[in-house]
Design a protein around this ligand. Structure first.
Ligand SMILES: Nc1nc2c(c(=O)[nH]1)N[C@H]1C(S)=C(S)[C@@H](COP(=O)(O)OP(=O)(O)OC[C@H]3O[C@@H](n4cnc5c(N)ncnc54)[C@H](O)[C@@H]3O)O[C@H]1N2
Ligand code: MOO
Length: 401
């Protein structure tokens, strides 16, 4: 008797429990982009390190806001004014330049008339007087924890690490993934793809999903439906952290993934999850290696990669939040009632509401490619009306902000 399919959350928790974050390495911030911080980042400097002007204009002394003034020097970005600003004096100042000693206000150049070195106020003096000054430490002070461990390193986080004085950060090494697709019907040469064949598209799709998460991916296959060919293909995955197979996961006579994995020395953790598409997904281990057997139907492969593979890779990379986040949104069109399995419906989210695709076949790639969201519909959920609130996952950024 085979055990019943696992509920999704239980299956995800079991998979993530197998994932120990990979060893830490220190890399330059450029190379860390797309990965997750393995250690918090503390500021090695105060930013700004000193008071700076936020605008182009003239720096004057406190309480000396009426003018006229004599321009006694200039503070340009990267070239501070060495002198001191006293009553009646002003220093020309540019955006990002250091406030000179004695100066405590910046008057915008649009509010000033200049004749030679004499300037007068033609517009408004700033209120409060220090309005255009960026104070030392406004952004962060020396010693502050500016980035927490487990955070995704995107462009802004990279800029912050650099501003905080870190040219290198601690991240987990890139996971090594082998993507292996299988099936006698799979064609690589698209020019000679006969009607009994199918273009092998899952390998490209699954590799692309893994590569978007800073993984080193090798593709093996398509592998023919024979135990010998599977054994040979799996041997090429001996060094992989994660082996992803696609196809052959179901119950057919030619579905060889499970027996081939067992013969390779893998131990089955679970097989089958109560979701549609993607029910026949399997998870196994072989020593430290984690094996994800995804169903061959292209949409099933995509959805299970989204719900299982990407969270697993994020966990190996040390992400604080490996699972995709849900959004609550409204139906822009009616939704059919749920069936026996919880279903992830391909859908289009326009920023306000979501429309399920008319065709939900797990072999239909066109509606998948036209979708940017998955609606999470419970088993036996009643039909939905336009305007009803539903839960959805956004596909475009892997569901993670
Ligand atoms: N009697 C039953 N039959 C099936 C069941 C079941 O419970 N009882 N489950 C169905 C479900 S659900 C799914 S999902 C599929 C999964 O099957 P497999 O993982 O064994 O996948 P295959 O049979 O190898 O292929 C299914 C389908 O996908 C195409 N495919 C496979 N690999 C690729 C690839 N790399 N690129 C593009 N397309 C691919 C393949 O040609 C098939 O059309 O089983 C159901 N059957
Ligand atoms: O679960 Mo299968 O993935 O429904 O087509």
């Amino acid at each position: 008797m085979k055990p019943p399919p696992l509920p999704l959350e239980e299956a995800q928790a079991r998979l993530l429990a197998l994932a120990t974050p990979l060893p830490i390495e220190r890399v330059d911030v450029d190379s860390a982009l797309g990965r997750y911080l393995a250690e918090p980042v503390g500021a090695r400097r105060t930013h700004p390190a000193t008071d700076l002007s936020a605008m182009d204009g003239y720096a004057v002394a406190a309480g000396d806001m009426a003018g006229p003034w004599q321009v006694i020097g200039e503070s340009a970005a990267g070239h501070p004014f060495a002198g001191e600003v006293r009553r009646g004096g002003a220093a020309r100042i540019s955006t990002g330049a250091v406030m000179p000693a004695g100066a405590s206000a910046v008057i915008l150049q649009e509010d000033i008339a200049r004749e030679g070195d004499r300037i007068t106020l033609t517009g408004e003096a700033p209120i409060p007087a220090d309005k255009h000054i960026r104070r030392s430490g406004l952004d962060f002070a020396l010693g502050t924890e500016v980035l927490t461990a487990g955070l995704h390193i995107g462009p802004a986080q990279a800029a912050l690490a650099i501003s905080a004085g870190h040219s290198h950060v601690a991240v987990r090494r890139r996971p090594r993934i082998v993507v292996l697709d299988s099936g006698d019907e799979l064609a690589v040469d698209l020019e000679s793809c006969a009607p009994h064949q199918v273009p092998a598209s899952n390998g490209v799709m699954l590799s692309a999903m893994a590569r978007a998460l800073s993984c080193d991916v090798e593709r093996v296959g398509p592998v023919p439906d024979s135990m010998e060919a599977m054994a040979e293909a799996l041997d090429r995955a001996a060094e992989a952290d994660v082996v992803v197979t696609s196809g052959g996961a179901s119950v057919g006579d030619h579905d060889l993934v499970r027996p081939a994995l067992l013969a390779w020395g893998a131990e089955l953790d679970f097989w089958r999850v109560a979701i549609k598409p993607g029910k026949p997904i399997l998870v196994a281990t072989r020593g430290k290696q984690i094996i994800l057997g995804l169903p061959g139907n292209p949409v099933s492969s995509h959805v299970t990669a989204y719900l299982f593979l990407l969270p697993l890779l994020r966990a190996l990379l040390g992400a604080a939040q490996p699972l995709p986040r849900r959004i609550r949104t409204r139906l822009a069109a009616p939704m059919r009632a749920g069936g026996a399995r919880r279903e992830f419906l391909r859908a289009v989210w326009d920023g306000e509401s979501v429309t399920p695709q008319a065709i939900q076949d797990s072999g239909a790639i066109a509606p998948l490619a036209a979708s940017n969201a998955l609606i999470d519909r419970a088993a036996h959920e009643p039909a939905g009306e336009t305007g009803d609130t539903v839960t959805a996952y956004l596909l475009e950024n892997g569901g993670i902000a």
